[in-house]
Design a protein around this ligand. Structure first.
Ligand code: SF4
Length: 249
């Protein structure tokens, strides 16, 4: 029985091509949830509902209403994954716990990897977790490593067989961590990222920060940072955001 009070605020729903991370280039249906528990310095994601500015709207759905909307507007069979993005989708964990089991498709969770509440109810339905590791130097989030450690530990310790240490669990779940960096990245931050990556055997994606669709740092600095990581940790790739080059959403 659906709970009609269990509603989520959703900023937008659209079909596009994944522009970052390991699944770059795949066709996805993006559900962008409103609200975020962080406030990163570089955030340019339009996730905020703003009732004051009438041009900036949002939808409010129960899980059943969202399913009906998606089925009516999109051809789910033509997409690779439904991407749960934001903002921070895990803020809406009660909503997700009811919505996810009702939809038979592959789910891709884009998360800032800081919320652990109710993860057990959500993880069984997620196929890919694209988690962030926030660098204080670039994001301005100061206690990020502690929060990320708790997040990855919660996945590792969860009741489902999500063997993050093997990258794939029996259901083919994949977890990787994305690091947005610029010239301010410190050796201590690199140290902390590698510590977490080794602890949970994470594949790391280094993503240079972009400003107005341009790389924010020179190519040589990017390569130098990549070299510092790759000398100490092999399971790493350097992948810039492609959707900004293509100028797609
Ligand atoms: S976690 Fe993502 S959506 Fe939230 S403030 Fe940071 S960049 Fe923006």
């Amino acid at each position: 029985m659906s709970n009609t009070n269990n509603k989520a605020k959703i900023k937008e729903i659209f079909s596009s091509i994944q522009g970052e991370g390991l699944y770059i280039g795949t066709k996805q249906l993006f559900i962008r949830f409103c609200a975020c528990n962080l406030n990163c310095d570089y955030c340019d994601t339009p996730f905020l509902p703003d009732n004051i500015n009438e041009r900036n709207t949002f939808f409010e759905f129960t899980p059943d209403e969202l399913i009906e909307y998606i089925n009516k507007k999109f051809d789910i069979n033509s997409i690779n994954y439904i991407s749960l993005t934001g903002g921070e989708p895990l803020i809406w964990n009660e909503f997700l716990a009811e919505f996810l089991p009702k939809v038979r498709t592959k789910f891709y969770l884009e998360t800032n990897a800081t919320i652990t509440e109710n993860l057990d109810k959500i993880l069984p339905y997620i196929d890919v977790i694209a988690a962030d590791i926030k660098l204080p130097s670039c994001s301005g989030i100061q206690n990020s490593f502690e929060l990320h450690n708790q997040f990855f530990k919660a996945i590792k310790d969860s009741k489902i067989d999500c063997a993050i240490t093997r990258q794939y669990d029996c259901n083919g779940k994949k977890v990787f961590a994305k690091i947005i960096f610029d010239h301010r990245i410190t050796d201590k931050e690199i140290e902390s990222c590698i510590y977490i990556a080794k602890m949970y055997d994470l594949e790391l994606i280094l993503q240079p920060r972009m400003i107005d669709n341009e790389l924010s740092i020179p190519n040589q600095t990017i390569i130098n940072v990549f070299d510092k990581f790759s000398k100490r940790y092999k399971n790493i790739r350097l992948i810039p955001q492609v959707h900004k080059f293509l100028d797609i959403e």
